[in-house]
Write a protein that binds this ligand. Structure first.
Ligand SMILES: Cc1cc2nc3c(=O)[nH]c(=O)nc-3n(C[C@H](O)[C@H](O)[C@H](O)COP(=O)(O)OP(=O)(O)OC[C@H]3O[C@@H](n4cnc5c(N)ncnc54)[C@H](O)[C@@H]3O)c2cc1C
Length: 493
């Protein structure tokens, strides 16, 4: 084995190492994959060596940063996982308001770093999501209507290509590659090792909005959907919300809203009047630092979950009948599900001011992203829950357009068109130009994915029986991503 590993540098984990069992896991524990080797890279040289090594041995590559891909595409059976999560240096050029990071940084690390200099950042909601995976797929966050998607702030990348060489790309140099990485870069063209972002103007305080509605019924969920789509049409671009109707073991039928407003709480309260007057609203609208706000939002995420989901873009209003159908989708949870919900992520504002062809992110004109999800705890219910999503999907598909690549669904029939719309063909050409041998591939990649026979010879599945393999969640795990308003006293502070 040691001869076989010759040429790989960095921290190497194989199935013979005790930490392999944990190291091979991603956020979604419903997905269990067995890579041949995981190499934790410390620098660009390690990444380059890993690419060269994998090609020499015919071992398929997977690229991993935060490990949060819903379908586990940063991992794979009998692959070399190039893990960059230990590459997390950051620095700020305060004259130019630029942030340069090594691509293994997480949302939380970036938030804390930039906030120490007084900046906000258009990152995501979950603290442990990798900024590179997030940005390369577009990057929706609670600042996006004000500052754009994560990928809209990207100024420059450094990428290790299929030959192990470094390419710098920005709007002037390798501009096609740079364009592709603003919404379609995850796992497709090479390993992005450095990213430079334009930082938004410094800001100290924002308003965090949290509203919960517990023990509601289907008609209230329907009213909520109706209000959501009306509200969004005229919403101030300084406010970005996520809203959700759900059905959970803890709360039965319920709803929630979370959001960040770049302004004062009294103004936020006025903007939210209609939501606050819906029956049962319990809320907190509070002025706090940007870091406090994103930390509260982030604190509700569990370390891992078992789930299946599908996302779509919404480009038009739902009729009354469609709203009822949507509410009905979650009126009963599948067997073993502890949470089934439909979440809505507001777009518009700055996101739609950027031209459809300015970046690879295609759905600039969508009103919002809609996301159907089920979470379960015991592995024996996996099949029921996966089938449930598959059964609900055709209805959702019929009333929506395209899917968000950062919320992927493995069973999408024409995934390239669904994720990238009319950009799919250009992306295929850019793929051939920058990765002619499809070295960077995965099941829903822009090229084709395959596992070579040569690899299978070395692949050593760890001898886990079903019982050992089952990783059930701790019973206190939060099933919704957000657990109740942080201060449930209907205050505006
Ligand atoms: C709990 C949770 C909350 C989330 N919240 C949000 C949210 O608020 N907004 C949002 O937009 N998304 C959100 N996501 C989705 C998330 O942005 C995507 O799953 C993202 O791709 C994860 O990035 P990662 O680096 O953590 O994951 P990984 O699984 O490591 O990577 C994701 C994909 O990007 C590729 N990739 C990663 N790093 C690189 C790199 N450096 N170079 C090339 N390819 C790379 C991987 O190969 C893989 O295909 C959430 C996901 C979870 C699980």
């Amino acid at each position: 084995m040691n001869d076989f590993l010759y040429g790989l540098t960095g921290d190497i984990v194989t199935p013979f190492d005790p930490i392999y069992r944990e190291a091979r896991q991603g956020f979604n524990r419903a997905i269990q994959l067995y890579p041949l080797i995981i190499v934790y890279c410390r620098n660009k040289r390690d990444v380059s060596n890993a690419v060269i090594w994998a090609r020499k041995h015919g071992v398929p590559i997977r690229l991993r940063s935060g490990g949060h891909n819903y379908e586990g595409y940063s991992n794979g059976d009998c692959t070399l996982v190039i893990d960059i999560s230990r590459m997390n240096d950051m620095n700020i050029n305060s004259c130019l308001n630029l942030l340069t990071v090594q691509s293994g940084v997480t949302n939380k690390q970036v938030y804390e770093f930039v906030a120490s200099e007084g900046y906000p950042f258009p990152g995501g909601t979950c603290p442990t999501v990798g900024v590179s995976g997030y940005t390369l797929g577009g990057g929706w966050g609670l600042s996006c209507r004000n500052f754009g998607l994560g990928c809209d702030s990207l100024k420059e990348i450094e990428l290790i290509n299929y030959e192990g060489a470094v390419i710098k790309a920005d709007r002037e140099n390798h501009s096609d590659l740079f364009w592709a990485c603003q919404g379609a870069g995850g796992g497709n063209f090479g390993v992005i090792v450095t990213m430079t972002f334009q930082l938004p103007p410094k800001i100290n305080h924002v308003t965090l909005i949290e509203i919960d509605y517990l023990n509601v019924d289907s008609s209230e969920q329907k009213k909520f959907l109706s209000l959501w789509q009306e509200w969004l049409k005229t919403a101030d671009p300084r406010i970005t919300l996520i809203s959700r109707i759900y059905n959970s073991v803890d709360d039965g039928l319920a709803m929630l809203v979370r959001g960040i407003f770049y302004g004062k709480p009294q103004e936020a309260k006025q903007m939210m009047t209609d939501f606050l007057s819906l029956k049962g609203a319990e809320y907190s609208i509070e002025y706090m630092t940007f870091l406090e706000a994103v930390t509260i939002i982030g604190s509700f995420y569990p370390p891992y979950e078992k789930f299946q989901s599908v996302s779509r873009f919404v480009l038009r209003d739902f009729t009354c009948a469609e709203q009822s159908e949507l509410v009905d989708l979650i009126s009963e949870r599948p067997q073993g599900s502890v949470f089934a919900g439909i979440s809505m992520y507001a777009l518009g504002g700055r996101v739609s001011e950027i031209g459809t062809d300015d970046t690879a992110f295609y759905y600039r004109n969508a009103n919002y992203i809609i996301w159907l999800e089920t979470i379960w705890e015991e592995s024996r219910y996996a099949k029921d829950n996966k089938e449930w999503i598959n059964t609900q999907f055709p209805y959702l598909e019929a009333v929506t357009s395209g899917s968000y690549v950062n919320f992927p669904y493995g069973r999408l029939p024409d995934y390239l068109e669904e994720y990238y719309g009319n950009h799919a063909n250009v992306l295929k050409k850019i793929k051939i130009k920058y990765d002619p041998f499809n070295v960077f591939s995965f099941p829903q990649g822009i090229g084709r994915s395959e596992c070579s026979d040569k690899t299978a010879v070395y692949f050593h599945k760890t001898p886990l029986n079903n019982e050992e393999n089952r990783i059930d969640l701790p019973s206190d795990t939060n099933h919704r991503g957000f657990r109740y308003v942080s201060k449930r006293n209907n205050t505006v502070v």
